[in-house]
Design a binder for this molecule. Structure first.
Ligand code: NI
Length: 160
């Protein structure tokens, strides 16, 4: 298990467009493992490779803690509906803001064997897919925030 350092807003790596993954190497698999470890350790529901400083089109998502998804070279091919809710990002710790997203998303991507996969999501999963895919194009959620960014309330101490 290896936890990688999460880059925070202001780091130029978060504004760059990531490159397509052409082949899966041992290093790619290590990166994917580390991304899952880093996401779980940080309590996030998604993480994109540029957030750990790697400009590759790789995303990991788990909105329930028991539903891991890996998306390589993801492409959103269909959206429907609308949801409006609070959103945050591991690259902007302690802040959140209101963002409108589609309520349904269909995403085509590849798995760790470079086999094509399809991931459909609603509600939080749809939001996470949109948020993480945008990281691959150097876009942070703050660009969509309606109104002011707010401070995340202090976590309940019982949860520790
Ligand atoms: Ni993010």
């Amino acid at each position: 298990m290896a936890i990688r350092k999460i880059r925070t807003m202001g780091d130029s790596v978060l504004t760059k467009k990531c490159k397509e993954v052409k082949e899966i190497t041992g290093r790619t698999l290590q990166l994917i493992d580390d991304m899952f470890d880093t996401m779980y350790e940080s309590g996030g529901v998604g993480l994109a490779a540029p957030q750990v400083g790697i400009l590759k089109r790789i995303v990991v998502i788990d909105t329930t803690g028991d539903d891991p998804h890996l998306l390589i070279n993801p492409r959103i091919v269909e959206t429907a509906g609308e949801q409006c809710g609070q959103e945050g990002c591991l690259s902007l710790p302690g802040k959140m803001g209101q963002v409108t997203r589609p309520d349904y998303v269909k995403c085509e991507a590849f798995n760790e064997n470079m086999e094509p996969i399809v991931l459909e999501g609603e509600e939080l999963l749809a939001r996470a897919i949109c948020h993480e895919c945008e990281h691959l194009d150097g876009i942070m959620f703050v660009e969509h925030v309606e109104g002011e960014l707010m401070d995340v309330p202090a976590p309940d101490e019982d949860e520790e």
